[in-house]
Design a binder for this molecule. Structure first.
Ligand SMILES: *Cc1c(COP(=O)(O)O)cnc(C)c1O
Length: 380
């Protein structure tokens, strides 16, 4: 992957819209299984790097997708009528409060483009989702990173940062947070929202809400027009490959976002699959139960291996690799796991070089991870 710094002279005589664009590092995705097979010749790869659902998706999705295959020459419904109706029912909002996105990343991008100019600021937490600082750079705006508190958001300090920077347009909050798995209490979040001016958008990124139903802050929408909730079908719903997300907001904000988004930003197949996936809440329930059970099992194994971790409320867990262990580093463990066909996520891009983020798999994936990890840690 190309990760070297791009300079103005590389592009010269062309110039990007903002200098900050030159400082963007390409987003590092979890290594695709196909790439590992190509590079190391390992088959039987276990990918625990991108917080995908290890159980796949609801069987209802297959049927819904198949039904669309004869229609691929036709544009999708640009308004996503049926999916929006289903989401409106599910979330108890009106359909005109919904914006659909090509994954929730698309919505985060649309939000930044809609509200943030070069003289503005975006506030986010240290160790929060890496896309937020990237969006500030893309808009030529100021990114304000507020130091984390026990790996989670320090809402008091974030509120102060908003006060100190009157040009703040958006605050991004991931709840539960990726990559640390921390969650915020509803009361705390409520206080935060009341503490910021109503001219500042508070974006609650609830990508892992299905794993932590108590983090559902849908109720805030009824009281605050500056709150936006962003959700995705990529994680618990198991549709990461199709790219569907949605935002819930006030009618006016949704109206604006719907003008900025591309007219056909969700595909025909994506719309049908998401509606079918949403209708199968038994699948989500089963996903959550298995995740909880496997999370407890993994915590026990990490304890037994003497590896520290941060208590997680999502479908991944952040594990610390002790620096005292001389020649063993998070990077060397990551590499050794790759060579044995297990993909996890290094966190250098988050400023957490001694940590690995590991997605909770199904039982056999987790067993393979722990067996491989044990053999790496005990060999010398
Ligand atoms: C995975 C993730 C997203 C983006 O998911 P999409 O696939 O673009 O819907 C957004 N926010 C957080 C915190 C995530 O972990």
């Amino acid at each position: 992957m190309q990760t070297t710094q791009l300079t103005a002279s590389d592009l010269s005589p062309l110039t990007p819209a903002y200098d900050s664009i030159l400082a963007l590092a390409p987003y590092q995705t979890g290594k695709p299984i196909e790439e590992l097979t190509r590079e190391y010749g390992v088959s039987d790869v276990v990918k625990l790097a991108s917080n995908e659902n290890p159980m796949g998706c609801s069987p209802r999705v297959t049927l819904a997708v198949t039904e669309q295959l004869g229609q691929l020459s036709r544009y999708p419904d640009g308004n996503g009528y049926y999916l929006k109706q289903a989401l409106a029912d599910f979330n108890d909002v009106n359909a005109n409060q919904i914006t659909l996105g090509n994954g929730s990343d698309d919505l985060l991008d649309i939000l930044a483009r809609s509200f943030v100019g070069a003289d503005d600021a975006i506030v986010y937490s240290q160790y929060a989702f890496v896309v937020y600082p990237m969006l500030a750079k893309m808009q030529g705006a100021t990114g304000i990173e507020v130091p984390a508190q026990r790996f989670g958001h320090n809402l008091k300090a974030m509120s102060q940062a908003v006060q100190d920077n009157p040009n703040t347009k958006i605050v991004f909050i991931a709840n539960p947070n990726n990559p640390t798995g921390t969650q915020l209490e509803q009361k705390e979040l409520y206080q935060f929202v009341t503490s910021v001016p109503s001219s500042v958008l508070v974006v609650l990124d609830e990508a892992y809400i299905e794993y932590s139903p108590e983090s559902n802050n849908r109720a805030l929408l009824d009281e605050f027009d500056n709150v936006i909730i962003v959700r995705t079908f990529s994680k618990a719903y198991g549709l990461a490959g199709l790219r569907v997300g949605y935002a819930l907001s006030s009618v006016a904000v949704a109206d604006l976002l719907n003008r900025i988004r591309q007219p056909f930003n969700v595909s025909r197949v994506g719309l049908a699959a998401a509606a079918a996936a949403l209708a199968d809440q038994d699948f989500i329930e089963k996903t959550r139960l298995i995740n909880d059970e496997q999370m407890r099992w993994l915590e026990k194994q990490f304890d037994a291996l003497g590896l520290g971790f941060v208590k997680s409320h999502a479908n991944f867990i952040m594990v610390e690799v002790q620096v005292e262990m001389e020649d063993i580093t998070a990077a060397s463990i990551h590499q050794a796991l790759l060579e044995q066909g297990v993909i996890v996520r290094p966190l250098d891009a988050y400023g957490l070089p001694n940590w690995l983020r590991i997605t909770v798999g199904v039982a056999e994936d987790n067993l393979r991870l722990i067996d491989t990890l044990r053999s790496i840690l005990t060999e010398d």
